[in-house]
Design a protein. Structure first.
Length: 243
């Protein structure tokens, strides 16, 4: 489970002074569920997910990931999560397999487990044809598959997706969407941020609308449609945010 409670994050800006990017954000995400964090650019989605993944420390409040607190035990949280964004961030001179093995060692896995899991996942995602090709020579879709494998190699119970389809073509986006569905079906707790409403409609069991760092509304997609009197999520989203 992911549980945030009164999560806040402040930044200092030279022109604006202190800016609150995340403002008392509270929500829960359960195992076997995709929870969507929906908002425009700059709404606070990425900052929230970076706090959950321990890349940032909260200014106040906290988040608990599968029973582990991000403030008191960030290292323990990292063992519980896999993190995937639209930015693959691969080291070009390593091959796909070398990149995955490197992360396996960071996760503390032994070499035999790394090899076994790598072979399983490369077969599942049809990656064996470029397993020994340098990342710098891979297509965007291939790179994203490498990023998928490195994020789930240690089989974490919690998956965090930060706009993972941003800038991808249709086929690459479909790979990511199918992978998110697989995570949910296997019982993982999944949080997914996006500003693409069609993705949220296809994937999310529940959603939260975030804007100006605050949660404006939370519920199932149908809940938001009923509450706003709209026929599609995009119109409901705009009505909630502008209202």
């Amino acid at each position: 489970m992911i549980e945030t409670k009164d999560l806040c994050k402040n930044f200092k800006d030279k022109k604006r002074g202190e800016v609150r990017a995340v403002d008392h954000v509270t929500f829960r995400c359960k195992p076997g569920e995709v929870f969507g964090l929906l908002g425009p650019n700059g709404a606070g989605k990425t900052t929230t997910l970076r706090i959950i993944s321990t890349a940032l420390k909260p200014s106040s409040g906290t988040a608990v990931i599968n029973g582990v607190d991000v403030v008191t035990d960030p290292q323990g949280v990292r063992r519980q999560i896999g993190f995937l964004s639209g930015n693959t961030g691969l080291y070009g001179r390593l091959t796909a397999k070398e990149m995955v093995a490197y992360f396996g060692r960071l996760y503390g896995m032994d070499e035999s487990k790394i090899e076994k899991r790598t072979n399983e996942l490369f077969t599942l995602l049809d990656m064996n044809t470029f397993a020994n090709v340098r990342n710098e020579k891979l297509s965007t879709g291939m790179k994203q598959k490498v990023s998928i494998v490195r994020s789930v190699l240690h089989d974490p119970p919690v998956m965090v997706f930060d706009e993972p389809t941003s800038g991808l073509d249709v086929m690459s986006s479909r790979t990511i969407v199918d992978f998110i569905k697989t995570c949910r079906d296997s019982g993982k707790c999944v949080i997914f941020s996006t500003h693409i409403m069609s993705e949220a409609m296809r994937l999310c069991d529940r959603v939260a609308i975030i804007h100006n760092g605050r949660i404006y509304r939370e519920g199932t997609v149908n809940d938001l449609l009923v509450q706003t009197g709209m026929n599609n999520l995009e119109d409901a989203f705009i009505k909630i945010v502008e209202g």
